[in-house]
Design a binder for this molecule. Structure first.
Ligand code: G
Ligand code: G
Ligand code: MN
Ligand code: NA
Length: 249
């Protein structure tokens, strides 16, 4: 019995699709970039969210080929948007990169090849990693160094939920942090401490999971540079994202 069998088939048969969720500037709400989020267009079960298959992918090692596909497709799409829409294209595309991908010897070289093949400037790609990923072992440190040397942006995702927030920032210089959405509904103390830390280190700060105007105004007042959440837009298929662009540039 192969728990990853159907997912292997999905990758090979082209059943994975990417949705894109806008990241907007605060306070203006202008488009800054998008985050690519994978879905599985299952032939019988319909559209499945990552919660239904990413854990299986992580357990079976299929996260490596799956993540490779996501990266290639997001880079291809970002380059195509620049060709088709110029200045109206999303400024950056962010991809979630898992620990297993970063442990692989050839990961950064694969990213470099994807950029070269499509012509996407490295600075328009952002790799979202988590605190636990940074201490992942294998070739992780080399890959992170190589990505930085290429000019790919690094973002620390789900910031504040890990166990090594401060030591991660000390050992892994990142361009951006994404305050985990669990802090948006709580008291201001944590978002406020995080923004002070981020700006003292010259790191851009994103507030995730913004669902109300009140939350957006509060995080903007605290100094957050960027925001992402259902208030602005949900993750959308590429055609819908393109239709949304003229409303936000
Ligand atoms: O889109 P949604 O909110 O359901 O995503 C849920 C989780 O799945 C998020 O934590 C997100 O980081 C993760 N996820 C989405 N797409 C990818 C992907 O391409 N690779 C990895 N490793 N995780 C992803
Ligand atoms: O872990 P990561 O940050 O990559 O996860 C992004 C996930 O957060 C996506 O699955 C996306 O659907 C979800 N998300 C994005 N905006 C909101 C929001 O405003 N509220 C909630 N509850 N989830 C959100
Ligand atoms: Mn993310
Ligand atoms: Na996150």
């Amino acid at each position: 019995d192969d728990p990853g069998g159907p997912l292997r088939t999905a990758i090979d048969a082209g059943q994975l699709v990417l949705f894109y969720q806008p990241v907007v500037s605060l306070p203006g709400g202008r488009l800054a970039g998008v985050e690519a989020l994978v879905r599985w267009q299952h032939p019988e079960r319909g559209l499945l969210g990552p919660g239904e298959f990413i854990p299986v992918a992580e357990d079976t090692g299929l996260i490596v080929p799956l993540g490779d596909w996501v990266l290639r497709e997001a880079v291809r799409q970002a380059a195509a948007w620049i060709t088709e829409h110029g200045d109206a294209a999303p400024g950056t595309v962010a991809v979630n990169v898992s620990a297993a991908q970063l442990r692989e010897a050839g990961f950064a070289a694969g990213v470099a090849a994807a950029l070269r093949d499509t012509g996407l400037p490295a600075g328009r790609l952002c790799a979202e990693i988590t605190e636990s990923t940074v201490i992942g072992g294998g070739f992780t440190a080399e890959n992170l160094d190589d990505l930085r040397t290429l000019g790919v942006r690094l973002s620390l995702d789900d910031f504040g939920t890990g166990t090594a927030t401060l030591s991660t920032l000390a050992t892994c210089p990142v361009d951006q942090i994404k305050l985990d959405r669990s802090f948006v509904t709580g008291p201001d103390a944590i978002p406020e401490a995080v923004i002070q830390l981020a700006h003292a280190l010259d790191i851009e700060a994103v507030a995730e999971g913004i669902e109300t105007r009140e939350q957006a105004d509060r995080l903007a007042a605290l100094g957050y540079d960027l925001a992402q959440g259902f208030l602005f837009a949900r993750p959308m298929p590429p055609a819908e994202l393109v239709a949304w662009l003229p409303t936000r540039t």
